[in-house]
Design a protein around this ligand. Sequence first.
Ligand code: ADP
Length: 503
Amino acid sequence: MNHRSLAFRLTVWYAVLLSAAFALAGITTYFGVEEYLRANLADSLQRRTAQVQKILQTATVPLSVATISSAIETQITPAFANRFVRITLWPDALVYRSDAPANHSFDPKLVAPPVVWPQQFKTRRVTMPGGGPLLVGSVRYVTAGGDYLIELGSSLEPIEAVRDRLLILLGLLLPVLVLLAAAGGYLLVDRALRPVDEMSHTAAQISIKDLDARLPVLPTGDALQRLSVSLNHMLGRLRESVQTSQRFLADASHELRTPLTIIKGELEEIVAAPHCEPEAADRVGSVLEEVGRLQHLIEGLLVLSRLDAGEAQRELVHVDLSELVVSTAEQMRLVAEDRGIQLELSIWRPVLVRGDRGRLKQVIVNLLDNAIRFTPRGGAVTLLTDEADSYILLEVRDTGIGIPAGAIPHVFDRFFRVDDARSREDGGAGLGLSIVKSICAAHDAEIDVDSHPGQGSCFRLKFRRPSVAAGLPQASAPQDDSGVFDSKGALRRRVIGSPSKLR
Ligand code: ADP
């Protein structure tokens, strides 16, 4: 159980308050019931005392003990009703004292007299030696025949037994009630917070590419409903602003493309003109190089803006990744050879993925181009495809300079370069890997990199295996006539021309 969670804290507060409320109610009930029963008993004793007074009124002038005794025995029935009755004539002459009660709960002879004779009816608690307590009410009664003290008592044991039973009941019941209420409270709070959980679950799934999704609006009419509505409005505004910046990026890249092509054409014409001075041709040549870089950069930005707009997802077909890797590697073999790098393939059978062939090729080109550029002469670059139970693997491994550990989390960020100067010299703008990452995201593929400075890097891509439901063609068959595998699955064919990296 999460001790910091809202549900837990609310439950603890709820249980503490509930325990306090129950404890207060229990204490009040405990003392209230005892008080009520005592008051009832005192009331009944007072009424009996009034009866005794009436008996005394008629039997004291002249004093007839026998009349008093028989009247009390018949009207009050002390022995039968387990009551104590005593009448004393001032100062201490005993006129009447009841016999031991039927239940023998006390011995009437041992009941101590009060210190003072009260003018008004007054009760006292008398503890009997070896027996239970008695509630004894007494009043001084003055008649023409003398000054009497009337005492009437009854055992407190039944009342105290009820009180003790109540205490046991409350002691057992209250913790159970508090536990039940706390558990119920926890479940209720947990249930009440479930919509918030759903909201956060949905919110966690909303990515920058999926800003059309909305959180479920909770019809609670309270802060939760207002929160979900406000978050949805915020998502709407976010979507507009992302779309605006995507449109801006796409429009700006698109608008820059044409003038750059014109500039490039014009410059090429100037260089090619017969009267162009060699010094001017040199200068125009280096401007042309910069224009080339700019064109690459703009192409890269355009690709990213299209990927951001979800364009790559439109044309998904089955692509033999092995064949694509082999043909791309063949196209780039010359570049590798120029740089003194050995290009190796570890490809044994066709592997199918579902995707956009052009974009997948761009991924291979970008990774391969980086591997070649960041590997010193004499090194090796290996391309591997493989098929696991749950995914299709593509690996581009090199024995190059590697990437420092601190830079690894950033290599897929836009415009990130570990070594600015070197990368720029090579024409890199830091967009190559972010394009790879975007294409992977569009293909639901995972990409990670493992790299050690001075030892080399390994970029590993995991594609989902195309499902049978998506109409999987025979994986072992070559994809077309110009496929790279012969009928036995062995590698064949090389290709012409070299594709370029988008960076
Ligand atoms: P660029 O086009 O500038 O190379 P990328 O996005 O392709 O940009 O790569 C970002 C940075 O990651 C590069 O500048 C480079 O420092 C580093 N990098 C990428 N691939 C490799 C590799 N195979 N070996 C070493 N460093 C690499």
